[in-house]
Design a protein around this ligand. Structure first.
Ligand code: SME
Length: 166
């Protein structure tokens, strides 16, 4: 039986300090362990959010899922957030429309940014893609300017790709 079924993995998350790359390289095998043998999308999205939030301490980590013509709030960690985002609106809607990761060093300089929390200063949004279609996005917000770079894009895209989507 996979370890994740035994409810031991969350308690066992190992938090490290180091460079961003070192932190992601420590976290990714642990996320693989959390996802192993679990086919339920919501359960897996919830644990990915929790692992990222616990390791990095970012303000907000969460998923929005495409439902008809909108993104609808899914599993997240952090302050309460807006529940629905139209295609092309805000950073999340733009990442959905363009099917590409968006890094926003200063949210006040992103036209149409949706301020769910006044504490958010920088943001990264990664699309969750299945068979060429965006089925959701991972959104991460930080309280400081310029918190996300190519390293985050690379590893967060890798983490997203680990999530089994049936
Ligand atoms: N800032 C996002 C909205 C979602 S919240 O940050 C959780 C956006 O502009 O799409």
């Amino acid at each position: 039986m996979p370890l994740s079924y035994l409810c031991t993995m969350a308690e066992d998350l190992t938090i490290i300090t180091g460079s961003k790359a070192e932190i992601y390289q420590s976290l990714i095998p642990q996320i693989k362990g959390l996802l192993e043998g679990e086919p339920d999308l919501i359960a897996n999205l919830a644990n990915v959010c929790a692992a990222l939030k616990e390791q990095f301490g970012w303000l907000w980590v969460g998923f929005y899922l495409v439902k008809q013509d909108e993104l609808v709030l899914g599993p997240f960690q952090g302050p309460v957030a807006c529940t629905r985002i139209k295609k092309g609106r805000g950073v999340c809607g733009a990442a959905w429309q363009n099917a590409e990761t968006l890094i926003v060093p200063d949210v006040e300089k992103f036209p149409g940014h949706i301020a769910c929390s006044s504490l958010s200063r920088s943001e990264i949004v990664i699309p969750l893609i299945k068979n060429g279609d965006v089925i959701g996005v991972l959104d991460v917000d930080a309280t400081e300017l310029d918190q996300f770079a190519e390293t985050d894009k690379k590893y967060l895209e890798e983490i997203i790709s680990l999530i089994p989507i049936s």
